[in-house]
Ligand binder design. Structure first.
Ligand SMILES: O=C1O[C@H]([C@@H](O)CO)C(O)=C1O
Length: 555
């Protein structure tokens, strides 16, 4: 089946958190519509860029784009930007069931609200049902988590490029399915929370009530929870209800029961929630900032049991969430995920053909604050890599010297900011097609002596998550700790503070693929690397991805 969508991308005034602000919208909405498709279907999205003065490009996050690497939507890597007034058509197959996303992948544009969810159901089977999943539920809902700023994307980007750095700062609000309330307008309307001055203040026009999830007592709901925050790591919880994690980034996981879900930008989870609590009242659902000092009011939604007034606030105070700096709880949850038995279709290759050890540092380079990987801060070339590599355009990116495979792990002190400056480059790791690649991401402290959490996202592949370690990775001893028995596969993984994360993947998808920190500010500051594999095997590139840099003059 082919699903056709036609999207106008345009700025509109929106009051997502009760403060009016320009948002980049899809057909007037932010977030955009949830795309629903079935495994094996084709999705065709025709994008009209009506932003007037801004380019765009849309990435289909978690879709591997097998055979269609030009449809990945990564501006500078797989295509030229879609210019104002232009139309671009994305066409790709959704080959696996799971919970995915789409979002802008041009500059920091995702910050402005161009995003949404992409849900792929299990394929149909002849008897009219669907292929069995390793769990059952009655109904499903999507939950898209975001953070939200009042400053424009443009102002944020210029601040990051300024000397001294003007960081984007903590978000003004968090959003659940595009709705939040900026603190001055936050009225809990809970009996215990009365005396709240905000409750007497008139709410601005366009300020929507919190998202409502309705539930029928005793039914089981599959919540497809995804985070497309630009900065924040989150904790998501539903008051009084435990959640059973069953899917992560499109892969079934061995069920894990949690009170709350830690979720990093670019990750998706399915959790099963049973409506098994006192049905005579409503409950809070909430997302809270973790991993950075919490200076943003948590977002709330309402879980309403059928027959209650759906707008009746829960009788309890708004939930506070876990301590923002409880790293142990977060690392434990990361480590608790294992692949579900029946998903064990692709065994983990026992050893890699190549291993990269990537040091993540914040550096001062040429008067700017940047992020660098093994000393190299990534800058996208004017000509998309896919075009310059496939068409053999020499010098269109930094092709003279490959980026470093490792760093001086014996003497490097991850507890101190880097002593060396690093460089800005557009170099690429060229991987042998079909080879097994290990990547160990090593965290450090930034220039402010804090070590942050970085969610790393790989385009075009999933990887096995082999280990999360504390401190400095030692290739001689820590490789023995890799989980080759039941690692979960994902496309986005957390690199925890002062720790390391090891992943393995098979470079079997011809194309050029970005691997990067999913924090918008960080990738903008250079926190990413580019992988190429089998570009000679890529089919004829569509002309529509060209038109910029040296691809302007190509036949
Ligand atoms: O990239 C970042 O810059 C600031 C700070 O590290 C500056 O030193 C911050 O909090 C980030 O996440």
């Amino acid at each position: 089946k082919v699903h056709h969508y036609t999207w106008d991308i345009a700025y509109h005034y929106k009051s997502l958190d009760c403060v009016e602000k320009l948002a980049v919208t899809i057909n007037g909405e932010s977030p955009g519509p949830t795309i629903h498709a079935t495994q094996g279907d084709t999705v065709v999205v025709t994008v009209h860029n009506k932003l007037e003065t801004e380019n765009t490009g849309i990435h289909w996050h978690g879709i591997r784009q097998i055979g269609s690497p030009w449809a990945d939507g990564t501006v500078g890597v797989t295509q030229c930007p879609i210019l104002p007034g232009d139309t671009f058509t994305y066409r790709f197959v959704v080959d696996r069931p799971g919970t995915y996303f789409y979002h802008a992948h041009y500059g920091m544009q995702r910050v402005a609200g161009l995003d949404g969810m992409l849900v792929v159901s299990s394929s149909s089977v002849p008897d009219g049902g669907v292929a069995a999943e390793p769990f059952t539920y009655d109904e499903e809902r999507t939950v898209l988590l975001m953070d939200w700023w009042h400053k424009s994307v443009y102002e944020q980007a210029v601040g990051l490029a300024s000397d001294p750095l003007r960081f984007v700062g903590e978000p003004q609000s968090l959003l659940i399915n595009g709705r939040g309330v900026f603190e001055p307008f936050h009225c809990s309307r809970a009996p215990n929370g009365s005396g709240d001055a905000a409750c007497n203040r008139p709410r601005p026009a366009g300020c929507a009530p919190p998202t409502l999830f309705t539930a029928v007592p005793r039914k089981t709901y599959r919540l497809r929870v995804g985070s497309l925050t630009s900065l924040s790591a989150l904790n998501f919880a539903i008051e009084g209800h435990s959640m059973t994690v069953v899917e992560a980034d499109g892969h079934y996981v061995r069920p894990v029961v949690v009170d709350s879900l830690y979720i990093y930008s670019g990750e998706s989870y399915s959790v099963l929630v049973e409506a098994d609590q006192d049905p005579s009242r409503n409950y809070w659902a909430a997302s809270h900032v973790v991993a950075r000092e919490r200076n943003t009011t948590s977002a709330v939604a309402i879980l309403s049991y059928a027959s209650n007034d759906p707008r009746a606030a829960p009788p309890t105070p708004r939930p506070e969430g876990p301590a923002w700096d409880d790293v142990t709880a977060r690392v434990e949850q990361s480590r608790s995920l294992a692949v579900a038995h029946r998903d064990h279709v692709q065994p983990v290759p026992p050893r890699p053909d190549r291993a990269l050890l990537l040091l993540n540092t914040q550096n001062r380079i040429g008067g700017h604050t940047k992020w660098a990987i093994n000393g190299v801060s990534l800058a996208f070339p004017a000509t998309p890599y896919l075009v310059s590599m496939k068409r053999g355009l020499r010098g269109a990116y930094d092709d003279a010297r490959p980026p470093p495979e490792t760093y001086d792990y014996r003497s490097y002190d991850i507890g101190r900011p880097p002593a060396a400056n690093g460089t800005v480059a557009s170099a690429v790791y060229r991987l042998a097609l079909g080879s097994v690649v290990d990547v160990v991401l090593q965290n450090t402290v930034a220039l402010n002596n804090k070590s942050e959490t970085h969610p790393w996202h790989l385009h075009g592949h999933d990887f096995w998550v082999l280990a999360y370690g504390d401190g400095k990775f030692d290739p001689e001893t820590d490789t023995a700790r890799f989980n080759l028995r039941d690692p979960v596969m994902k496309n986005t993984v957390a690199l925890h503070p002062k720790g390391w994360t090891a992943v393995r993947f098979v470079a079997d998808n011809p194309g050029v693929w970005l691997f990067h920190c999913h924090i918008e500010a960080h990738v903008y500051m250079g926190m990413g690397v580019v992988f190429e594999e089998g570009v000679d095997k890529v089919g004829r590139l569509p002309k529509s991805i060209m038109g910029c840099g040296r691809s302007r003059t190509l036949p």
